[in-house]
Every structure is written in structure tokens, then in C-alpha cells.
Design a protein around this ligand. Sequence first.
Ligand code: DMJ
Length: 934
Amino acid sequence: MSEAGGGRGFGYSVPQRAPWSLVAATAALCLVSATSVWTAGASPMSREEKQKLGNQVLEMFDHAYGNYMEHAYPADELMPLTCRGRVRGQEPSRGDVDDALGKFSLTLIDSLDTLVVLNKTKEFEDAVRKVLRDVNLDNDVVVSVFETNIRVLGGLLGGHSLAIMLKEKGEYMQWYNDELLQMAKQLGYKLLPAFNTTSGLPYPRINLKFGIRKPEARTGTETDTCTACAGTLILEFAALSRFTGATIFEEYARKALDFLWEKRQRSSNLVGVTINIHTGDWVRKDSGVGAGIDSYYEYLLKAYVLLGDDSFLERFNTHYDAIMRYISQPPLLLDVHIHKPMLNARTWMDALLAFFPGLQVLKGDIRPAIETHEMLYQVIKKHNFLPEAFTTDFRVHWAQHPLRPEFAESTYFLYKATGDPYYLEVGKTLIENLNKYARVPCGFAAMKDVRTGSHEDRMDSFFLAEMFKYLYLLFADKEDVIFDIEDYIFTTEAHLLPLWLSTTNQRISKKNTTSEYTELDDSNFDWTCPNTQILFPNDPLYAQSIREPLKNVVDKSCPRGIIRVREESFRSGAKPPLRARDFMATNPEHLEILKKMGVSLIHLKDGRVQLVQHAIQAASSIDAEDGLRFMQEMIELSSQQQKEQQLPPRAVQIVSHPFFGRVVLTAGPAQFGLDLSKHKETRGFVASSKPYNGCSELTNPEAVMGKIALIQRGQCMFAEKARNIQNAGAIGGIVIDDNEGSSSDTAPLFQMAGDGKDTDDITIPMLFLFSKEGSIILDAIREYEEVEVLLSDKAKDRDPEMENEEQPSSENDSQNQSAEQIASGSQEVDLVGQESPEESSLNSHPESLSPADTDNAASISPSEQNSNPTENHETTSLDDECTDLDNQLQEQSETEEDSNPNVSWGKKVQPIDSILADWNEDIEAFEMMEKDEL
Ligand code: DMJ
């Protein structure tokens, strides 16, 4: 114990019930770098290389921030493809995502403390002046309380924390007089009406100008919120209270946390994903560590670190114990039901859980952190980025990736904990992938589909708030940062709050905190950080030895095996409930179970069966709950099967000057013509067809001959358009939507169906673009006349050397993605029979689009049952099952390797000056396009 205050490192115990200040300081020591203890394993990275990578991060930040400031500010976010600001109300609504945008220059505020971490003090000073001069917090706009708290309140407080630090140093910010803090306080008061519920849980949304109650507010009727939304306030609110002395903020945040703690499921000690803010009933009873819950756990542990209040650590430890007991199946983290925690609620994981290894480092549980991180890294190596969701057998479930920072965050914390240079190499890969696949002339664009490499026109503010901080700090030595980072704690948005707040203004009344902690048996609680002095010097290959057995976990997974281990536990006791994947409509025992669960089975005329559940018809409430879970599983399974039968999206990549492959548009495939997933890509200059709708013989065949014809959607069948342009000599076609403003950002992607007749005569590839994506090509033609594109199943590496270079013939067949699913965010419980994909494609509309992303349904045809080759129901031989699966996955992985289309187009190394000149040219080009109101 005596060492506790005496030095830094992992070898120090946190004394039980220590005074707050000491607890805060020593708990924070869990994060202190162990770099000095590394002695073997991956090759160490030289100081020069680390500096080079650090400089690369700085350059990337400049590219992102510079483009935001130049082309988007004062808008909330940059739209990096169209190179302009995203102003809410002026763009098609994206639903909940837009609730982060409050017309308060979100990206600027979220970037404030990043500027200081990255040593851009002068720019920070300018940015603070701009915030004070331009930002208005009184807009008539409905925003998310959670997002506004973590990004804006957190951003202002992080900015204030570093502003006063700089002022004290005596060089910069000498004029600063707590103005950011005053703004933070103003915003804090604006958020308080959200807490006006009997439970103390905040409403999810608030109108910045009108609050909740007034009719003009357009909010306040919501009944549910997510657990993370209500439980991720304490750091910012307590900091605001302690900086200002106004205790109300900390009190409100504590009350919300107290309520969530009260409502935890008492036997499992887990919390659900969504909760009713009035009754406190769990609305969604599934529980994991990712979306909807993630930062609730994070804030319990960090509240203990920042505030030194033991009750937060006790709560965290109780939940952590439950997480490790039920959710953690190393290296996986799988959602379960709070009432039946031995039952998995899903067969996929979401990308947000990638923060968890970082939190485990803070908690001091290094081994599972290393394991999960390694698994995630392998998924990234397979897809270049972490898809928003991926299955337990590591296939893509939701294909987008909005440049989330969680994995970089965990990489940074693991490096700090282990000092293993392996994590520097991981960071290097992240940097390379960002530059290779997400960098566009006007910033960095989110990935719309990690499989095709297509982009989305968004660059979220968290990319600047978090990604660049963690990547920069990963490669930074102490002297590369102008202040001591270990004096601060990172909020969930990576904003920095000083640890000295633990001893400031501690006047918070404890009346709201529960007194029941004493009931808990905390004798097993871990009050100490792991002692890396013991862990690493004795076994310098510690981290590597944990990673080693997992090194092929993604390519050679036996996912069912992992899940079955859990099911084994039922063998000794009660019979496990019927799982959707095992269900057979011909099995009388299964039909009996269905009946008990209140599920009826209807045989449709076309041979499909439809399942309908009436909970009141179930034998008991437990059976009813089982029935509900069964139905959810069936919907998911059915949707997965439908998706697997459909074609994945395609990519249109603009490869000519000044794009050089950096702009990738998401395109819908056709159910006829050349299949781009089986043949090499098609490349050519584009030309508009005449007539533009392509519904009759072309009058300009000389213009489209040997080119990719652009045709407008409408007035005749897609197949007819294809035949007309093919007869005119076109080598491919792009159909552009005639619905003005449509975009793949807001509309589900479609496949172009045939005309119900034989379409074998169509041999050219055909792709579909929504109007917004199509107009990017049309505007490029206006600007540059000669526009060359590549039609493919997956974007190819871009390289500035493309200019004047022949296209190297890619011998690579495209990646076979048939086993992968198309992104879907839909969770509809629609049990009414749906058209099968075949039926959709044969309907009699003049143009039929069959959705590539259909709603979920629980209608299945008997022949579809158990059609998933990875499912081998009722098998007695787990080994056989694993072997089959291993072979399949091995084959798949070999195919992918053989056919990896990511061949670099340019081999020469381009000098940095020339690259920068190219970028400048690109930026100018985009400025011009912006003027043309692209
Ligand atoms: C960030 O805004 C925060 O990290 C939040 O807690 C959840 N994730 C996003 C970025 O992915």
C-alpha cells in the first residue's frame, strides 16, 4: 500500500476505502504506460518510425479538419464527397443519426481538445475564438441529450480544461476567462429539463430552444431511452458541477445512475438495452457491452476514477462480474437475455463493443482484453475496417463503417498496458487503411460497405474527437505532448477532464445515492490494478502468448462450437428452449413446443409456412417469453437466408483525373447482364445516351460505342435500356435514378430485375445509382468532360499515379461474397408472408426493383429450413461439424486470398510534395464543384 502514492506503474494497489483524492489518482494509474517493461515479442519500433507515423496522423488530421473548416464550417459536419457542410433540414433526413446535429458547429467543438493533444496550440486558440464568436446554443432544433452531452458539453469542457492548463503555462490563452465553461453551463441548463421525469431518467431528446414541455418543442412524448443514453452523463455533469460549483448537474446525473442500478435484473446483475423512462420497465431485455449499453459501464468505472466514489466501483464490479460470467465468451462478446443470461440473444456482434478491451485495461483485466482485441483485429484485416456488425463466424452482418474510433481506443490502451510493439503495428495498419480506403480529396468518407469499399457522404465529428487523439497518442512519447496526459481522464468521446476535479467542490449531497451497497458481497472484488511488473518481466511474451492460439480464429472459426459450449450447460439441467435454427415443421415434438409457446403455424398455399405468436395463448409467461425469443430468432434467420440469396451491392469508382479512384459510389446490381462478382471489373469512359431514358434505339451510337452509357431510370424496363445501349456498342451501363434527391444514404439499395423473359442476350454489366450519386458523375462530366469509371464488385486501391498510367489488367476474379450478407438495420417483426425474391423480380411493373435489403419476416419455405451449411442440427458429432465448417471457411478464405482484388495500381513511390500538389488540385476541383452546387 505504501507505494500507492509513491510512483507510477501497474504494480500499485488501490487501498480499500481510500480518501477520494488518492483513489482517483491511483485508480488512474491503471492506464499508465508499461512500455518500459517490454523486452521481447514483436520487433520494437524505432523512435524514427514512431515519429513518422505520428507525423502522418498530424497530416491526416489537417486533411480532415482543414477541409471541414474550409468547406463546411460553421455547419455541424463535413460531407466529404460533395465537399460541403451538412446542415440539418437541408439534407434528406437520416433519422436518429441527425439528432447529433444541433446547428452548433459540432465538429469544431468536438475537435477542440484534439488540437491541443496534437500540439496545434495556435489553431486551438483560433478555434476557441471561433466557438465563442459563432456558436449559438439556442437553436430551435431537437437534439439527442446523449450526443449533445458527450460531444458538445464534453467538447466545451475538454476545451476549457486544456485552455486553463495552457493559460497557466503562461504562453497561450492568456486572454481566456472561462468563456467555454460559461457556454458549457448554459448548455447544461438547457439539458436539465430532460430530467423532468419521476424516474430521473432523462428524455432521449430535447429542443435546445423550447426544452421539452412546450408545444413548440416537438419532443417529450418519448417513453423509452437506451441505457447508455441515460447512464452516460456523470463525467460531464459532475465536471460541470465541480468546475462551476453548481451541484445540480452532478445530482441529476447521479440520480439517473441510481435508478438504472436499482432496475438492474437482480438475478443476473445485467441491464437491458432500452428502458421505459417513466415506469423503469425494461423495453429491450437483451444485454451486451455494445450499442445501447456500452458507455453506461464505461462511466461507472470512470466515475469512480474521476470522483473517487466507491459506490461506482462496486456497481461496476458487480456488472463486470456478470458480463464476464454471461456475455464474455472469449474472444467473443455475445448479447444475452437479462432474465435468461445463459441464452444468447444474437448471433452477431456490433462494432461499438470494440471499446470494451480498452475498458478492461482500465479495470485491469488484461487477458480477455488481448483476446477480444485480437479477434477484432482479424475481422479488420479481413474487411479493412470493422463492419458495424459481424456474425459469430465473422461474416459481415451490417456492412457500413462510419470511421468509428473504438478499436483505435482499445489499441492505444493495450499498448499502454503491455508496451507490446505489436499494437504499434496494429495502429500502423489502421492508418494505412484509412488513407487507402477512406481518404477522399475533401476529407475522409465513411465506408458505406466495407466489402465494396464504397463511400458514404459523411465524416462524423467523433472521427476528429477520438480517432486522431488515440492514434497520435499511440505513437507519441511523453515529450510529444505538451502536457501530462496522465493527469486527465478520457470521456467516452475522448474529451479530457482533469483528475484534480476529484477534490474540488465535493459538496454533492449523497441523499440520492442508495445505501444498499453494503448488502453486496464484495469480498471477491478486485480493488487492485494488475501488476505488470510481475506479468511482463517474468513472461515478456505474455500478450503474444495470449494472442497466439487466436491467430486464425477468424479464418478457421468453428462458431457453432463456441455457442454449443454454452448449450452444454443445459445438458445437466433443464431442457434448453427450442432454437429457431433447429426447428423442423415436420417434427411433432417441435410443434408441441411451439403450441406451448403460443406460436401457431400456418401452411401457405405456395408451400411456405408462416409463424404467428399470440403470447396470451402460451402455457405460461416463461413459455410466452421463450416464444418471443424464438420468433425473433426465426425472423433473423429468415432474413439472413433471404439476404444470402440476393446479390451484394456493387461499386462505381471514378478513376480519371482528379479523382483517381478516390471517390467510390454505392451501386445496385442487376439480375441480368455480366455478373461483376464473377468477372473482372469493367472500365471505360462514360457517355450519356440519347434518348437519355434509353427506351428506344440510340440516336448517338458513335458517342456511346466502347463506353459506359449513362441512362435515366424510367419509362421502360431496365432490360430494354440495357439492350438498346448494348446494340449501340456500349460496354456497360449505369442507370441513374430519376427521383431527384434520392440517395443510397437514405434509401435502401435495390437490384434491377429483369423483364420476366430470358435476359441471356444481355452480356454487358449494368449498375444502378441513386440520383445523388449519379449527379456526382454528371457534374464531373460537366467539369472535366472525359470521365472514366470502373464498375466492379469492390473498389480497387486508388493511387495518384493512376494519372497517365495504363490500367494494369487485373487477372483477379472478384471476391466471391455469396456467403456474406447484405447490410441490414431492419428489425421489423412482420410475420406476414412476403414475396420471394423470384416473385419480386417477375412482377409486372414496367420497371421492377427488388430490394436488396428486404424486411425481416418469419415466413420460410420448408426447403429453406436449415439450409445454412454451417448449421448441422441435432448432430451428435461436434467434431464432424467443425471439420466441415473449417473446410468451408478455409476454402472461402483461400478463394478470397487468391482473388484479392486489392492490387495496387501504381508501384512507384510518389514524393510527398507531389502527393500534396495532387491533393491541392483535388481540393480546388472540389471547390469548383461546390460552386456549381453539386
Ligand atoms: C462516440 O460518439 C462515442 O464513443 C460513443 O460513446 C459511442 N460511439 C461513438 C463513436 O463510435
